[in-house]
Design a protein around this ligand. Structure first.
Ligand code: PHB
Length: 364
């Protein structure tokens, strides 16, 4: 048996194998209200053979929304929508984690009744987000310069995260993943370029990491460390934010998370977004900082996953675009069979086309 198809324990959860489904923005929640729906239920249930399904980013609050038609996990309707999805995944024999995100400055005032998106600091930057035009087509627009969160807003923000984790458990998720990668809010606090604060959440690396660690501590207190993972992207360039410290802040965070005994660390590697491949020297440092379960993601195929597993650098591999196109990806990888190619034009928004109509091998 290959390493990829051996079982793995993640916190309180037993996985039958190590081929995971990565979190993927698909922009198909029901508006108004950003409610998960039956189409999303079918999409996730089709992919329940993943060792673990990690949901698309689901916003912890209305403020945390940065794209059109992404789902939330802050209203009773959203929790009920997610419940039907987790029930369907469990009924199909799977396990599912909720990815909790706040996009911070990657957003647009039109998503917030004219209010600016919030961030660590009101720093000009260049990134775009995806909205919908009057015809419902996806439109890429520039993000505005955000408003800086005041210090006395931070406890409310941490509470939003705490409540969203509680909601995730109520919605039937097995685990939560805190999104601290890719230039979204928690990463905006962590990175020097986007954080010019002079309070205890800015300045030193320990201060810049404080919000993420406050959030993790609150969620661990609420649902237990064995149900919490964190996604980081220590190297690379995302959403107008360069991680240009050679991974130092990522390694610091990994060490602080290891002390907290969280269930897993999810490493997003820069090559999924056109960046360089991580070198093994960095992988060794990350492994030394975080001895627990590391999930790797970023342009993985079976060969890359097996090499990194055998070297002990990762414990599982999450697949994104290949899981979009192949609902039965684990079976295909296990048997070394051909993969359906993904169709990028239908990644974001729309209906079932390019979403629930990719055939399994049996169907094909
Ligand atoms: C995206 O929608 O392109 C996106 C969302 C979340 C990520 C990365 C990319 O972490």
């Amino acid at each position: 048996m290959s390493d990829l198809f051996s079982p793995l324990t993640i916190g309180s959860l037993e996985l039958p194998h190590r081929v995971l489904m990565a979190p993927l923005t698909r922009m198909r929640a029901t508006a108004p209200g950003d409610v998960p729906n039956d189409l999303m239920r079918d999409y996730y249930a089709q992919r329940a053979s993943a060792g673990l399904v990690i949901s698309e980013g689901t916003q912890i609050s209305a403020e945390g929304k940065g794209y059109a038609d992404t789902p939330g996990i802050h209203s009773p309707e959203q929790v009920a929508g997610w419940r039907s999805i987790t029930d369907a995944v469990h009924a199909a024999g799977g396990r599912i984690a909720a990815q909790l995100w706040h996009t911070g400055r990657v957003g647009h005032e039109s998503l917030h009744d004219g209010e600016l998106p919030v961030s660590a600091s009101a720093v000009e930057f260049r990134s775009r987000t995806s909205l919908k035009d009057a015809d419902g087509n996806v439109a890429r627009v520039n993000c505005p310069t955000p408003r800086a969160l005041a210090t006395d807003e931070i406890p409310r923000l941490v509470d939003d995260y705490r409540r969203s984790a509680r909601n995730a458990v109520e919605a039937g998720f097995d685990l939560v993943e805190v999104h601290a990668a890719h230039g979204y809010l928690l990463h905006q606090f962590l990175a020097e370029a986007s954080n010019q604060r002079t309070d205890e959440y800015g300045g030193s690396l320990a201060n810049r990491a404080r919000l993420l660690l406050d959030v993790v501590d609150a969620i661990v207190d609420e649902i237990g460390a064995d149900r919490v993972g964190v996604r980081v992207s220590p190297i690379g360039s995302f959403n107008g934010l360069d991680s240009d410290d050679d991974g130092e802040s990522g390694l610091f965070v990994a060490g602080a998370l290891a002390e907290r005994g969280i269930a897993f660390l999810h490493l997003s590697e820069p090559d999924w977004a056109g960046g360089p491949s991580l070198d093994d020297a960095f992988r060794v440092k990350l492994r030394n900082a975080f001895p627990g379960v590391i999930v790797g993601a970023g342009n993985y195929d079976a060969t890359k996953a097996e090499r990194l597993l055998r070297a002990g650098f990762v414990d599982a591999a999450a697949f994104g675009r290949t899981f979009i196109a192949n609902p039965d990806l684990p079976a295909r990888l296990r048997a070394g069979l051909a993969l359906n190619p993904p169709v990028p034009e239908t990644f974001y928004g729309g209906g079932h086309e390019g979403y629930t109509d990719y055939p399994t091998l049996v169907e094909a």
